[in-house]
Design a protein around this ligand. Structure first.
Ligand SMILES: C[C@H](O)[C@H](O)[C@H]1CNC2=NC(N)=NC(=O)C2=N1
Length: 217
């Protein structure tokens, strides 16, 4: 009769062989089933196959560009702030680019470019200004009048750094609107979307109305 330690080492060996077999089966099953994660896949196999932190993820730029949001179930007016995933953010890059000084003779972006870039600036919409030129515009409801002026100040820091400036409006004591266009192009250029993406990176939760906690009970 093998001693207790010997029995344990036998069981450990059997277990290791089972884990390895499950891992191989798991990878094979996951490959057969595409990227869906199969129940019982050994976590090491999943990491080897799918990388770190597999699970819910933000949409890629391509998915954002495909209007996939129009085809999903859900309330049409639910406010979804969809941001490209961090890694994709490096590729998309708007928030990491710099505005370039715009002199005369700059062409405005065409419709397809406008739509592509707008999808990477959550919350900004394409509008026409009083002169009929393309603009991008964002509206915030802020906590109070002072918060509106604080938001102006935070946007001003970014605008001065970029040498590109939005028109800012504070109306009805708590509604802030920022609107950008490129004067030299009489329309929109990448500068406007770079500034919008950088404004989106501002931490402004302290300026927005406190969310009333929802009790589901
Ligand atoms: C030379 C310099 O790029 C221009 O004067 C900048 C200043 N800030 C600007 N801001 C905005 N929104 N549009 C412009 O065209 C613009 N031009």
């Amino acid at each position: 009769m093998p001693s207790a330690p010997a029995r344990l080492s036998q069981q450990l060996g059997t277990l290791q062989r089972q884990v390895a077999a499950a891992g191989r089966r798991g990878i094979a099953a996951a490959r057969r089933g595409g990227l869906q994660v199969c129940a019982g896949v050994d976590p090491r196999a999943e990491k080897a196959l799918l990388g770190e932190d597999f699970g819910a993820r933000d949409p890629t730029a391509g998915e954002l560009g495909s209007n996939f949001g129009d085809k999903v179930l859900g309330n049409y007016n639910t406010e979804h702030i969809i941001k490209p995933p961090e890694a994709m953010g490096e590729i998309v890059g708007l928030k990491n680019k710099k505005c370039v000084p715009c002199e005369g003779g700059v062409q405005p972006l065409d419709e397809s470019e406008l739509n592509r870039l707008q999808k990477q600036c959550a919350g900004w919409r394409l509008v026409k200004n009083a002169a009929g030129h393309d603009c991008i515009q964002h509206e915030w409801k802020v906590r109070n009048f002072r918060a509106g002026l604080d938001l102006f100040q935070r946007i001003a820091v970014i605008a001065e750094e970029e040498g590109h400036h939005p028109d800012l409006h504070l109306t009805g004591y708590n509604t802030v609107v920022a609107e950008m266009t490129t004067h030299a192009a009489n329309g929109l250029t990448e500068n406007d979307f770079i500034l919008a993406a950088k404004i989106n990176e501002l931490e402004i939760s302290d300026l927005l109305p406190k969310r009333k906690p929802k009790f589901w009970a």
